[in-house]
Ligand binder design. Structure first.
Ligand code: SF4
Length: 302
């Protein structure tokens, strides 16, 4: 079994999104942890599928990213998720050389500089590496569709469509409006097979977690089973989702049977959140429905 490793390199962010559920306490990976992570990853390279810098704004600790990547010794399947604000020429060229997949997160709360970013993507030959995380908030559904259309018109074809979970209430009206947006994008994906929708097509089932089936190395070198531990909704699960730390565990020794237990813990948390607020369950069901819808129409067209 191979794992996708997510490394938390900083717990700071230069944005303050109103839908943010992430605990921001301004830490940065220490030199000691950095070295231990590198040693751990090199020792376990045979069990690592990809290595991703994610959560908060990783480019705030760009020098640490550079250091880690430069010292890892396995085939370079590095990925990063960024809000794009801290990009400069040297980072763009590092993206070209080191990263296999780059996720740009965009929402309706911040200005996204389409032309500028597009120019850099073209200049550095990154078109085949870029995914857009399109974050959709309630009451902003149509604006998100406009964002999608602008990117689509610029010939971008890879997306995560991410309605905000757990932090903003979705009224019936919002869900209806979201379903119109989803149907538009999925019908387009049915006609245009170059359009790739992460999660919808990968899993044939929608998952609220951005990074399921991954292991998380936290800023203090502890390894957790889920990204939920980074959020206000899930931080109470730190003890139950804690696997071990990078100094003392090897990936081959993780008991696969325990993974089922971790999945159960996450599913119970989701259920308890769903029972508190009914629209969360409705939103999840709707996204499941569209995932099946897309895969069914694709199957029928074969
Ligand atoms: S949602 Fe992401 S980009 Fe926005 S404030 Fe939170 S960590 Fe930063």
């Amino acid at each position: 079994m191979k794992y996708n490793i997510i490394l938390h390199i900083t717990t700071s962010c230069n944005y303050n999104c109103t839908y943010c559920d992430v605990v921001k306490d301004g830490q940065r990976i220490s030199q000691d942890v950095r070295e231990s992570v590198i040693e751990f990853a090199n020792k376990n390279s045979g069990f690592i599928e990809s290595f991703k810098f994610f959560w908060w704004e990783p480019l705030l600790a760009y020098k640490d990213i550079e250091y880690v990547c430069d010292n890892l010794q396995f085939p370079k399947n590095y990925q990063i998720v960024t809000n794009t604000t801290l990009l400069n020429e040297s980072i763009w060229s590092y993206f070209r050389d080191m990263f296999k997949i780059i996720f740009f997160s965009i929402d309706t709360e911040h200005i996204f500089e389409y032309q500028k970013i597009d120019t850099f993507i073209q200049q550095f030959g990154l078109k085949e590496k870029v995914f857009f995380n399109l974050i959709i908030s309630p009451w902003q559904e149509s604006e998100s569709l406009i964002q999608f259309q602008r990117l689509y018109d610029l010939w971008y074809r890879w997306y995560n469509i991410l309605p905000v979970y757990f932090t903003k209430p979705w009224s019936h009206k919002n869900l209806e409006s979201l379903s119109i947006v989803m149907k538009y994008i999925l019908d387009l994906a049915h006609k245009d097979h170059s359009l790739k929708l992460y999660w919808f097509q990968e899993n044939n089932w929608y998952d609220t977690s951005l990074v399921n089936h991954s292991l998380f190395i936290d800023i203090d070198w502890k390894i957790y089973y889920s990204d939920m531990v980074s959020t206000f909704s899930g931080r109470a699960l730190k003890n139950s989702l804690y696997i071990w730390d990078v100094k003392t565990i090897d990936l081959w020794s993780i008991e696969l049977s325990k993974i089922q237990d971790y999945k159960k813990i996450i599913s119970n948390l989701e259920k308890s959140l769903y029972s508190k607020v009914s629209w969360q369950l409705q939103l999840h069901k709707m996204m499941d429905y569209f995932s099946i819808y897309l895969n069914r129409i694709n199957d029928q067209s074969i």
